[in-house]
Unconditional design. Structure first.
Lengths: 113, 115
């Protein structure tokens, strides 16, 4: 049973436009959410995170929105750049140090020049 | 130094071989992780070491044996693997043991092929 879902396996966006990557989760005990970006032949790189006490966190071109009642979060990238082309993993964890991070299946983003 | 390094980058082994994967970090992180990632799938957690003690073992077969010699090093010993164990093996580290505000830093991975 997938606790973290990313229902779009892939997404194509024109350079300069907004990329919106979506993530849904089923476990209401999740308290902390992270986005990782992964290029081929490299390990995932942390991008941005959000705690469940917030509904928005912004870092430069990247903004994550959290809707706890809908158990939904989204990552907005604006403006999108070709270098943003990668696989994006949504991940979630609980509030204790013993809670592992659960990754979603990933969305492959292609930004077209 | 904000890197997690892994060696080797690529490994090809037979089903009767014994080999080890190595991971190192010098960020003073006290938690280290092994993940397995198959093509087009998310990373799957295998083991977590917290303060050099094994804190999570995700029911991984005994042909995978982790070892944490000190707080900077993490090994994964491999023996009698099966072809289906071929995957990218990722090491990660974090300041504490996961959960709140605990961003994991990943290494580049070891691409393992079992023949």
């Amino acid at each position: 049973d997938q606790q973290v879902k990313q229902n779009s396996p892939s997404l194509s966006v024109q350079e300069g436009r907004i990329s919106i990557l979506n993530c849904d989760y089923t476990n209401s005990m999740f308290d902390y959410f992270l986005w990782y970006k992964k290029y081929p032949a490299e390990g995932p790189t942390f991008l941005i995170s959000i705690s469940s006490i917030k509904d928005k966190n912004e870092d430069g071109r990247f903004t994550v929105f959290l809707n706890k009642s809908a158990k939904h979060l989204s990552l907005h990238i604006v403006p999108s750049q070709p270098g943003d082309s990668a696989v994006y993993f949504c991940a979630a964890s609980g509030e204790t140090s013993y809670d592992k991070v659960i990754f979603g299946p990933g969305t492959s983003l292609s930004v077209i020049p | 130094d904000t890197e997690v390094t892994q060696t080797p980058k690529h490994l090809v082994m037979g089903m009767t071989n014994k080999k080890s994967l190595k991971c190192e970090q010098h960020m003073g992180h006290r938690a280290m992780y092994w993940y397995k990632q198959k093509a087009k799938k998310p990373p799957e957690l295998m083991f977590v070491y917290s303060y050099e003690k094994l804190s999570i073992n995700e029911s991984v077969p005994s042909r995978f044996s982790p070892e944490c010699p000190n707080s900077s090093l993490l090994n994964l010993h491999l023996h009698a693997l099966q072809p289906e164990d071929s995957a990218l093996y990722l090491c990660a580290s974090s300041q504490e043991g996961g959960g709140m505000s605990d961003e994991q830093f990943f290494g580049p991975g070891t691409r393992l092929t079992v023949l």
